[in-house]
Design a protein around this ligand. Structure first.
Ligand code: UDP
Ligand code: MG
Length: 335
């Protein structure tokens, strides 16, 4: 009954694969399932829920094993360590075999009820249905300001345009999932990748809820790292900008040189000020180190890519066979 190219059910018979990355979320899993499972039972012929345990140190994995025991449609992958949410999502997508995949957080900030609207849109033919939170006030004012700044900067320098506020909570048709699987980059910025693959897309607005239990797993350090990954994987502007800065400074230096030459010719040799010399030397040393640093950021990311390490390693599978298994060891695939 779906307009998706893969038909109503994927290779494992499930129509929908829900992917949820979890990092120390044992307190939330039960509540999430209590709300999510009835929604899925109502609106999908069949489904699987794939939890990707991103190296949790609490009893998240035990909770997932127990959940699978009571309901085999609940499955889990346990990564060998904490690889980060972006990579945990990639692991989930690699193992999703539904005709559509839904990505959502475990902390109930993403209301499961919205999935019904996602599915309705998918059946209308949209392959990339994303949720747009109307109210970001759930995060601290500082995080909101920085997020807003980041989207503004990304909008002006990024080579892919991001829909306002669209995050990971979304439905992807199996074709979009297959496209994402071919993108094996390590410095992952999923929000950019969802936009980069294209496909017929539509936003659905919603009000994000507060996190149910626990605290956000994203420190400002992690968020900064993610923002840099995003900017550097979708823009070369930070590299190019030094050409303009360099030209402007050279132009200024040339003008100053001409000015001093003429002044010396007219009024003789002047004794230059010590302070202005020191200031200009340190200023330009700073500029040079800054530009080197930006180049270094890119080289570091190139290094991470050329090493060709797998994106993640799986330590345990709960209800997920290894037929699809060692996909995670593959290099970029030609599918
Ligand atoms: N998460 C993860 N690995 C991490 C950090 C977070 O799998 O290293 C998961 C986390 O368990 C949750 C989702 O990613 O299901 C979103 O995390 P969180 O709610 O902390 O992020 P925020 O809402 O603050 O952006
Ligand atoms: Mg959250």
């Amino acid at each position: 009954m779906t307009t998706s190219g893969t038909g109503p059910a994927g290779a494992n018979g499930a129509e929908l694969s829900v992917i949820t990355p979890v990092y120390n979320e044992s307190n939330n899993i039960e509540d999430l399932l209590a709300r999510l499972v009835p929604v899925l039972e109502r609106c999908a012929a069949s489904f699987e829920i794939i939890f990707v345990d991103d190296g949790s140190t609490d009893d998240t994995l035990e909770c997932l094993r127990a959940a699978h025991h009571t309901d085999p449609r609940i499955r889990a992958l346990s990564l060998s360590r904490n690889f980060g949410k972006e990579i945990a999502i990639a692991a989930g997508l690699d193992h999703a075999r539904g005709a559509a995949a839904i990505i959502m957080d475990a902390d109930l900030q993403h209301p499961p009820e919205l999935i019904e609207i996602f599915i309705a849109r998918w059946r209308e033919g949209y392959k990339n249905v994303f949720a747009q939170p109307g109210d970001r006030s759930l995060y601290s004012p500082l995080r909101r300001i920085l997020t807003h700044r980041f989207y503004k900067i990304f909008g002006s320098v990024g080579e892919t345009s991001l829909p306002e506020g669209a995050g990971d909570f979304r439905l992807l048709d199996a074709r979009a999932v297959a496209a994402l699987r071919t993108l094996r980059e390590h410095a992952r910025f999923s929000k950019g990748l969802y936009a980069w693959i294209g496909f017929k897309s539509i936003g659905v607005s919603f009000d994000a809820a507060p996190r149910l239990h626990g605290k956000s797993k994203f420190s400002y350090r992690k968020l900064t790292h993610l923002a840099l990954d995003g900017l550097m994987s979708f823009s070369t502007m930070p590299l190019k900008v030094w050409t303009f800065i360099g030209s402007a400074i050279s132009g200024l230096a040339l003008t100053l040189a001409t000015f001093y030459l003429i002044r010396t010719l007219i009024s003789g040799v002047d004794v230059p000020g010590y302070a202005s010399l020191i200031v200009s030397i340190t200023f330009f040393a700073g500029i040079q180190l800054l530009s080197l640093g930006v180049i270094g950021e890119y080289i570091g990311r190139i290094f991470a890519e050329v090493k060709g390490r797998p994106l993640y390693l799986i330590e345990e599978r709960v209800g997920i066979g290894s037929a699809v298994a060692d996909d995670h060891l593959s290099r970029p695939r030609s599918e």
